[in-house]
Design a protein around this ligand. Structure first.
Ligand code: ATP
Length: 491
């Protein structure tokens, strides 16, 4: 599977469009269409439900994007939040020096004539054995020495663009949590360990954005700062280390729970030299994207670095009173930091299947029902029959009270099923002649409709009156075999 397949599906079926497309597009900016916004909201909703609502030790926050500029001085972003940048002296292409080995490179091999070809990322030329030294894009130009480039977007508050008004668009949501630590602690009377979770936009002036929504300059993060008492131990081990491991497990389990296949996920430990200046340990959850294994979520032990820095710069105490030990402590923090857009890409890629059904290709998104943008499609078998259409509309209105439900009569039933498969709708409800009967022939309808299961393509017939109950069972964890079995599954 390659990225182009997903990009084209996303455009064709209303998930994701290029931003400002009618003006030729805004580089690496993307807009979520009608189905994309549902999918992204669903991802954020289940994340919020699982991390905030279902946990007794977590609360939420929604901090502003623009903050006091000293926040970014204290956090280290003004001085350290930069990537090394190199330029090609010939084609002027710009690269992140630390990611050069992660892109395929163009090579003019001396052992071949007509030898411009692409060598896979990080590999040697299989003809001459050379490693990449020149520009990976044009294969000819020398690269400049790396220069540090700060990734924060600058802006000015107020009408005058002067240094005193300089501030930044936040490059992560985390700092909004740290600066509110005391507000949340005092107002909610929390006891360690506890977490503060936040979902929101972040901005980074990335040197090399790209790969669809994988790396963009504006994106959404889902971040948790989980505060732990550094003086505590769990089974003889420092509590922060134990909680770090728990969070790695918990976050991996979360991706599995919503359908990502385990073989496409792995945990990668950061090497010592790769660790951020504040981190004691960092592990990335990586997903096997079409571009190769890449970070989906980072889980860092940020120690007490951030709270101490903000205490120092603000002159305010950011401590917790440990009743048991009668001391003030600065909590350690474990930070599971996920990208909503990157998760969406992973969920889409993982759900995408091409199957052969009776000699024809079927594209299906096997999205978890909690994530699927549309839960139910109500389809009339015959558009010409007024009672069928009216009943289908009534059913749609009824079901739309609980689930995102659409009505579609713009094609024959086979086409309608395929369309819903392609956007991951778990169930289709079909109204046919049998449902409504035929007054002219004096035949009464049986008031039953067909439910079709996306994954197995099997069908059951269910009384309309029982539809909400059956669909609730199906959409809230019941299996097709269990629930459908009661109604006699058919092909
Ligand atoms: P990378 O090494 O890929 O630049 P990072 O280590 O800088 O990522 P973090 O600061 O750990 O990323 O951010 C946490 C999460 O936010 C990432 O795992 C990713 O899901 C998301 N994220 C970060 N930068 C971007 C971006 N430019 N576009 C989309 N998502 C991003």
């Amino acid at each position: 599977m390659n990225m182009d397949t997903i990009v084209s599906l996303c455009k064709r079926r209303g998930f994701i469009f290029q931003s400002s497309e009618i003006y030729g597009g805004a580089g690496s900016c993307w807009d979520y269409g009608p189905l994309g916004v549902e999918l992204k909201n669903n991802i954020k909703r289940v994340w919020w439900r699982d991390t905030v609502h279902l946990r007794p030790d977590m609360v939420g926050l929604d901090a502003s994007i623009l903050m006091h500029p000293t926040v970014w001085k204290a956090s280290g972003h003004v001085d350290h939040f930069s990537d090394p940048m190199v330029d090609c002296r010939a084609c002027r292409h710009r690269f992140r020096a630390d990611k050069l080995d992660e892109t395929p490179w163009v090579h003019f091999c001396p052992t071949k004539t007509d030898a411009r070809f692409e060598v896979p990322a990080g590999e040697r030329c299989r003809h001459c054995g050379a490693r990449r030294t020149l520009c990976p894009e044009c294969g000819k130009g020398e690269l400049t020495p790396p220069r540090q480039f700060n990734l924060m977007f600058k802006t000015y508050t107020g009408p005058v663009e002067e240094d005193a008004a300089l501030t930044y668009l936040r490059p992560e949501t985390a700092q909004g949590i740290f600066v509110n630590f005391d507000n949340v602690l005092q107002s909610m009377r929390l006891k360690l360990p506890f977490g503060i979770a936040q979902i929101g936009k972040s901005f980074r002036n990335e040197i090399t954005p790209g790969n669809f929504i994988f790396r963009t300059r504006e994106f959404e993060q889902m971040e948790i700062e989980f505060f732990v008492n550094p003086n505590e131990t769990i089974d003889g081990r420092p509590a922060d280390e134990v909680w770090h491991e728990r969070w790695i497990e918990e976050r991996l389990a979360w991706y599995h729970r919503y359908g990502i296949r385990p073989e496409n996920l792995r945990v990668r430990e950061h090497e010592k030299e790769e660790l951020a200046h504040y981190a004691k340990r960092t592990a990335d959850i990586e997903y096997r994207f079409p571009i190769g294994w890449s970070e989906l979520e980072g889980i860092a032990n940020r120690t007490d670095y951030d709270l101490k820095q903000h205490a120092r710069f603000s002159g305010k105490s950011l401590t917790y009173f440990d009743e048991e030990r009668k001391t003030h402590v600065v909590p350690y923090v474990i930070e599971p930091s996920a990208g909503a857009d990157r998760s969406l890409l992973a969920f889409l890629v993982d759900a995408y299947r091409e199957e052969e059904v009776r000699g024809e290709k079927r594209v299906v998104l096997r999205l978890h029902p909690d994530l699927a943008p549309t839960k139910i499609a109500v389809l009339p078998l015959l558009k010409k029959r007024g009672e069928i259409v009216a009943t289908a509309h009534e059913i749609r209105s009824l079901l739309a009270r609980w689930w995102v439900t659409v009505y579609d009569d713009t094609a024959a039933i086979g086409r309608l099923y395929r369309r819903q498969d392609e956007v991951g709708t778990p169930y289709c409800v079909t109204v046919d002649v049998q449902t409504v009967g035929d007054v002219d022939k004096g035949e009464a309808g049986d008031q039953r409709v067909t439910i079709r299961d996306r994954d197995s393509m099997q069908q059951i017939r269910v009384p309309i009156a029982e539809l909400p109950t059956v669909l609730r069972q199906l959409l809230e964890g019941g299996t097709w075999q269990q629930v459908g079995g009661r109604y006699g599954i058919g092909g």
